[in-house]
Design a protein around this ligand. Structure first.
Ligand code: CP
Length: 331
């Protein structure tokens, strides 16, 4: 994507003056009630009976959703596609390697072009932090932008499906201790998870990583930082692993992938240091044998595939609420 000046520090335009969700860009800027409303409404999209499914299939009838992914994705793009189709929308997946941005068209001109084709919702992923915000500031009021991951900044729908999955398997978030483990420095997922966990009143949030992969002043976000994983996992109820993002690393931040796994990889022994019944999450894609051992990833304690499944319902709830159809599906 051609680069354009981005400013994500000013107030996000995701909520209108009446407090209604216009875009879904970051967890920051939302309040606890808004998060809970979305999580509760997502439940209606799981295991709905045939009658309910028919009702849900008309919620986005006549709407067009464009998946605009300038970065690779398997689960986010696909679950948005399934979610949009289950709500009755026409869903278009654009392939950036075949788009006119390669000929110099800006992302805003691309969006304006697609708007002229009556697109209602853009789901945007980009390597640059702030792209979804930039687009949201330039679209007319009837168009909604969903951030599907921007650089190192935010991945709010991932955080929402994680919160949904935790509540489903472990109950009230305020009773639980969390550890986010791995490449915090490059992780948009970690930033959105921290914001969501704090908003929902998590009992404790820790981040665990080598010092080179911990952002400076991370504790200002309301977390406790550990560089020793064995110490950091003590009493933890939910372990949220992160992928080592080698493609975003400039310079050598870890001695070697083997040493990283030895010092920070989640294996059975380490899992047993956490609280009894602790569960393991990973947003995917995961590197088996690098940040997580296969037997842990595939174990009965792993919620990794539940996270994927729940992504559909949570993304349905977000899209339904953006087009203000949420009252229908929860009725
Ligand atoms: N968790 C996540 O964003 O995965 P994808 O890159 O496959 O979408």
């Amino acid at each position: 994507m051609p680069s354009q000046a981005i400013n994500t520090s000013s107030r996000t335009p995701q909520v209108d003056d009446a407090g209604r969700l216009k875009h879904f860009l970051t967890i920051e800027g939302l309040d606890k009630a808004q998060l809970l409303r979305l999580l509760d409404s997502a439940s209606a999209f799981i295991g709905a009976d045939t009658e309910k499914q028919k009702e849900q299939a008309s919620l986005l009838e006549g709407h067009t959703v464009v998946n605009l992914f300038f970065e690779d994705s398997t689960r986010t793009r696909t679950t948005f596609e399934i979610a949009g189709k289950r709500l009755g929308a026409a869903v278009i997946n654009l392939n950036p390697s075949r788009m006119s941005t390669r000929k110099g068209e800006t992302v805003l001109d691309t969006v304006r072009t697609l708007e002229a084709m009556d697109t209602d919702i853009f789901v945007v992923r980009d390597h640059a932090s702030g792209t979804a915000h930039l687009i949201a500031r330039h679209v007319p009021p009837h168009v909604h932008i969903i951030n599907a991951g921007d650089g190192r900044h935010a991945h709010p729908t991932q955080a929402m499906l994680d919160m949904y999955t935790i509540r489903e398997h472990k109950g009230d978030i305020s009773n639980l201790r969390f550890a986010i483990v791995g490449d915090i420095l490059h992780s948009r997922v970690a930033r959105s998870q921290i914001a969501a966990l704090n908003l929902l009143g998590a009992r404790e949030v820790r981040v665990i990583a080598p010092a080179t992969l911990l952002p400076t002043e991370i504790e200002r976000l309301g977390v406790t930082a550990f560089t020793d994983i064995d110490e950091g996992l003590k009493d933890i109820d939910v372990i949220m692993m992160l992928r080592l993002q080698l493609e975003r690393m400039e310079g050598k931040l870890i001695p070697s992938t083997q040493e990283y796994f030895r010092c920070y990889g989640l294996n059975r022994v380490r899992l047993n240091r956490a609280a009894p019944g602790a569960v393991v999450m990973h947003p995917g894609p995961m590197n088996r044998g690098l940040e997580i051992a296969s037997d842990v990833a595939d174990s009965e304690r792993s919620l990794i595939l539940s996270q994927v499944t729940n992504g559909i319902a949570v993304r349905m709830a977000i899209m339904a609420q953006l087009v203000d159809a949420a009252g229908v599906q929860t009725a």
